[in-house]
Design a protein around this ligand. Sequence first.
Ligand SMILES: [Mn+2]
Length: 300
Amino acid sequence: MLQTMHPGFLDLPRHLDGPGSSRFAIMPFPYDATCSWGAGARFGPARLLEASHQVEWYDEETQGEPCRAGVCTLRPLEPVASGPEAYLSAVTRQVRAVLDADLVPVGIGGEHSITLGIVRALRQELGETFTVLQLDAHLDLRDSFQESRFSHACVMKRVLEAGLQVVQVGVRSGSSEEWDLARSGATTVFHAAQIVPAPPQTWIPKVLDSISTPGIYITVDLDGFDPSVIPGTGTPEPGGLGYWQGLALLRALARDHKVLGFDIVELDPLPGSRVSEMAAARLTYKLLGYCLAGDGNHGA
Ligand SMILES: [Mn+2]
């Protein structure tokens, strides 16, 4: 039984945000227990939802109102005191319920470790038939960090161990051990220094070519974008993707691949500014629209 909240994403009226008539389920994860530096991502989901009330329903690019497909918002999954593993298990259980209800899971964070909980649910349902596409400044391939294997700095290592292909875009920070693992071929990396200065048509096709499965899961760590676009993240790094570059990538991904779910994580709202949560809300809605626009290419 899915517990939804109202008002939720976009402040939709009840006929568009009921779980029985929705295509997407927004899942707020107000969690930042393992955050290494800026801990504030627990406030991200509420601020994103609040900002989403200012987002226009009409999308110029796809020339429609994607929200008419139905978007329900689940009640926030509150942190548990017994530790990261217990929380990730709760995330997995919730995503299983969302998949059972035939909804596309959309996680909003919250720290990046929640991605593992979502991916595990998809892995249980679908096996290793999909690829995880990560937009991020960081490799997140540490084996453990600050004595936890479930830190946000380890999330992609755990995803790899689940047997899934990982493609990492916009990366510009990692330890030597993380880079050794990435360069060994464990993941495919598109370094920010190579792609950010280049026209999208030169590198986006290469990202698409690197994905060998029809289905993908997209995890958007907002620090993959440049801090001038989204300054409010837990671990900002200079030199990230521009807004239009990021959208071009996401649009192409959803056009060529079936998006099984996605998350927007590491929003850490800044006091006195609404820029980051507005950008995060916009991105969430953009990606919903791209998923719907892609339906014609690979079935709903
Ligand atoms: Mn990151």
